[in-house]
Design a protein around this ligand. Sequence first.
Ligand SMILES: N[C@@H](CCC(=O)N[C@@H](CS)C(=O)NCC(=O)O)C(=O)O
Length: 235
Amino acid sequence: MAVTAEEVLPPSLDSTSEPPPLFDGTTRLYTSYICPYAQRVWIARNYKGLQDKIKLVPIDLGNRPAWYKEKVYPENKVPSLEHNNKVTGESLDLIKYIDSHFEGPSLYPDDPNKRQFAEELLSYTYTFNRAVIFSLKGDSQNEINAAFDYLETALSKFNDGPFFLGQFSLVDIAFAPFIERFHPLLLDVKKCDITSGRPKLVSWIEEMNKIEAYKQTKRDPQELVDALKKRFMAN
Ligand SMILES: N[C@@H](CCC(=O)N[C@@H](CS)C(=O)NCC(=O)O)C(=O)O
């Protein structure tokens, strides 16, 4: 399937749904349409043009089928990938796995400087996400500013393109679902526009929105904001 074709998304499976025929040789991405971690793997799969090779199996996380934990992935989280009779998880591992085990455009440049910077940025995703989430309930915007300044500086490192490593890579995929959520969330909760005074970030968001593999995974911003407020701001 060409990356530009709009994919018809399968409905989510819930506690009443039968499992798919597990370990029958089909490669499956267990996912949730609203989960940012699963979205990373979904974007990588789309970008590499693997829509026919990696089947999406969305799980209703609010009403999970028991077989998912029992037979598929004992951690009971999404994303997980069923491939070659094994199921593995962790989104950052999975985007690398998909890049190296499947055909399609490479998401990880060979240049050792870029690779080193990629690893730095991938480990920064944890700090970044924590800083934003923790700041939601506090009064200060210092952590938010520091986190987005870090990204703005990172975007200036390579000038052979608008992305973190210059050209589009798995680093952009790792950040995109979170920036998609944090941008409207911080506007709503903190009245803070993370793009203000950050021209590199503005251009990164614009360029990301041109990537079809990502566009097909985006959700309504209000739905994302509501879900995050419910999860992180309820008392
Ligand atoms: N570190 C994991 C995090 C995955 C994760 O937390 N997924 C959430 C949905 S967004 C989940 O499955 N939560 C269910 C649970 O924790 O029970 C990754 O990067 O893949």
